[in-house]
Design a protein around this ligand. Structure first.
Ligand code: HEM
Length: 537
């Protein structure tokens, strides 16, 4: 149970659900009437037809008929755990968020997931992993909805449905289940070449984590932090596992898929049950909030680019420990709702066009996934801060708001006029200038699709490179269309000649020449230049 969480009418949201305990000496109907029998329906004689008047039969079957809700359109397969985040205070100078102040302890709920597979798919497939954290802070819910790969496939959220349609099973045969191994996926990423960087990470060992406990997590987008003095800076969030970063080999991943499709969720639950609590440090890379929103030539609004840690050190601002398994998968892991728009004072979004689309998408999908607008009232989603939201009615309304007037200010029961003192502690949008012609374009700085691919490939060891080559060869061999394979080989030629040649040889195809000028990535400037330890103390 978290801190007191009382509705405006005094209902304690954290009170134990005695009325729905699902345990005890007697079975009852959902309305609490004690039952004498749940194994025999009411019949006209033991061999006679079943009577329509059998309320218990109808309630039991009807409820069962409606047990399923739609699975998430992406990230459907997941596993989760509760825990605590303790801030070390290092971010207190750059963010006024209360939960980042030194020593503050905040309850968290973390859901790890694969992206493409359905709810019943295997855990250890080659895929990106979701790493979503809900912080139940005293100032309201903060969600850090990240992945285990620091860059994304696309730069503009308007392409997200296309990307997912290309990666999900083809409409005709509904295969494959959760592997990026078919014509539509490779067609998409070779036509939308900004996807090459994320795809390269997907072909690396990072896409085959040994355990959820050995994954890094990335907020990925650039976020803005605001301190008490109203000063802003730009940050990228990183989760660093104390367990180290470890992966499976492809052979191990194949075996665990077959032998134990629940491999990762079992591993997480078993570790926590055994008291071997996984721990992550949360860190930020801090960049100045300049007009261009670039850092060392990297466009911070482009989600296909990362900031190398040599350029801006990851500075640790707190530590998270996962120490409690959910008691009910559906109530907690399935019904939890994350949203990158759940922000607290001190943390804000930037104009990253992918992030901007996400701000719309999550609440929209959750309206249909949870059948209405009141999902914040579900126990797993309830804030631990008091709620006074003026929202009324709708399906699954669980709160009982009192009062006569659902608007403010009012002259009937008074209350909550907005004044300087009520603004204290409020989430205030920073007044930023917005200008520019209304266009369907991205800035030119988004056009470089290969420099960071080359940087990532060059950073790998020999064994890791061999794994990447084997992965591309295996996955591309699954394509039926030769022109797709050739187009993707053309992309590889722009990343690394040797990589391209070896994959081409494996596929029995000629290696194309690069179409982009291959440049060696610039050596990293010294840490002392901007970034680095600026301005975290
Ligand atoms: C889940 C949309 C990009 C991380 C989801 C869901 C949707 C969605 C509709 C299902 C939510 C639900 O049913 O509760 C989008 C769109 C994107 C985008 C439109 C781009 C425009 C990203 C990126 C990341 C990410 C860049 C990582 C930084 C996640 C995670 C989940 C998720 C971790 C699972 C949350 C959970 O465990 O419940 N996304 N997404 N998504 N997304 Fe995204």
């Amino acid at each position: 149970q978290g801190p007191a969480n009382v509705s405006p009418t005094g209902a304690d949201y954290n009170a134990p659900p005695e009325t729905n305990a699902q345990q005890g000496r007697y079975l009852t109907t959902s309305t609490g009437v004690r039952l004498g029998d749940t194994d025999h329906s009411l019949k006209a004689g033991p061999r006679g037809p079943v009577l329509l008047q059998d309320h218990h039969l109808r309630e039991k079957i009807t409820h069962f008929d409606h047990e399923r809700i739609p699975e998430r359109v992406v990230h459907a397969r997941g596993a989760a755990a509760h825990g605590t985040f303790v801030a070390n205070g290092a971010a207190a100078g750059i963010s006024k968020a209360g939960f980042l102040a030194k020593g503050v302890e905040t309850p968290v709920f973390v859901r790890f997931s694969t992206v493409l597979g359905s709810r019943g798919s295997a855990d250890t497939v080659r895929d990106t992993r979701g790493f979503a954290t809900k912080f139940y802070t005293d100032e309201g819910i903060y969600d850090l909805v990240g992945n285990n790969i620091p860059v994304f496939f696309i730069q503009d959220g308007i392409k997200f449905p296309d990307l997912i349609h290309a990666g999900k099973p083809q409409p005709d045969r509904e295969i494959p289940q959760a592997q990026s191994a078919h014509d539509t996926f490779w067609d998409f990423v070779s036509l939308h070449t900004e996807a090459q960087h994320h795809t390269l990470w997907n072909m690396s060992d990072r896409a085959l984590p040994a355990s959820f406990r050995t994954m890094e997590g990335f907020g990925l987008h650039t976020f803005r932090m605001i301190n008490d003095a109203g000063e802003t800076c730009l940050v990228k969030f990183h989760w660093k596992p104390r367990q180290g970063v470890h992966s499976q080999t492809w052979e191990e991943a194949q075996l665990t898929q077959g032998l134990d499709p629940d491999f990762h969720r079992r591993d997480l639950a078993d570790a926590i049950e055994a008291g071997v609590y996984p721990v992550w440090d949360l860190g930020v890379q801090v960049m100045p909030d300049n007009d261009e929103q670039t850092f060392s030539g990297i466009d911070l609004l482009d989600p296909t680019k990362l900031v190398p840690e040599e350029l801006a050190e990851v500075q640790i601002i707190g530590t998270m420990t996962l120490n409690r398994n959910p008691i009910n998968y559906f109530a907690e892991t399935e019904q939890v709702m994350f949203n990158p728009g759940h922000l607290v004072p001190g943390i804000d979004v930037t104009n990253d066009p992918l992030l901007q689309a996400r701000l719309f998408s999550y609440i929209d999908t959750q309206l249909s996934r949870l059948g209405g607008p009141n999902f914040s009232q579900l126990p797993i989603n309830r804030p631990h801060a008091a709620v006074n939201d003026l929202l009324r009615d709708g399906s699954h309304q669980d709160a009982v708001p009192g009062g006569v007037a659902a608007y403010r200010p009012n002259s009937l029961d008074g209350g909550c006029p907005f004044t300087a003192s009520t603004a204290e502690g409020a989430f205030i949008d920073i007044p930023t200038e917005v200008h520019g012609a209304k266009v369907r374009e991205l800035s030119e700085s988004f056009e470089d699709h290969y420099t960071q691919c080359r940087l990532f490939y060059a950073s790998l060891g020999e064994v890791e490179k061999q794994h990447v080559i084997a992965a591309y060869t295996f996955e591309l061999a699954k394509c039926y269309e030769e022109n797709i394979k050739l187009r993707q080989l053309g992309c590889l030629a722009n990343i690394d000649a040797e990589l391209c040649q070896q994959v081409a040889a494996g596929l029995g195809l000629p290696a194309p020449k690069p179409t982009e000028k291959l440049t060696t990535p610039e050596p990293s400037p010294a840490l002392s230049q901007l970034g680095g330890r600026w301005p975290v103390a």
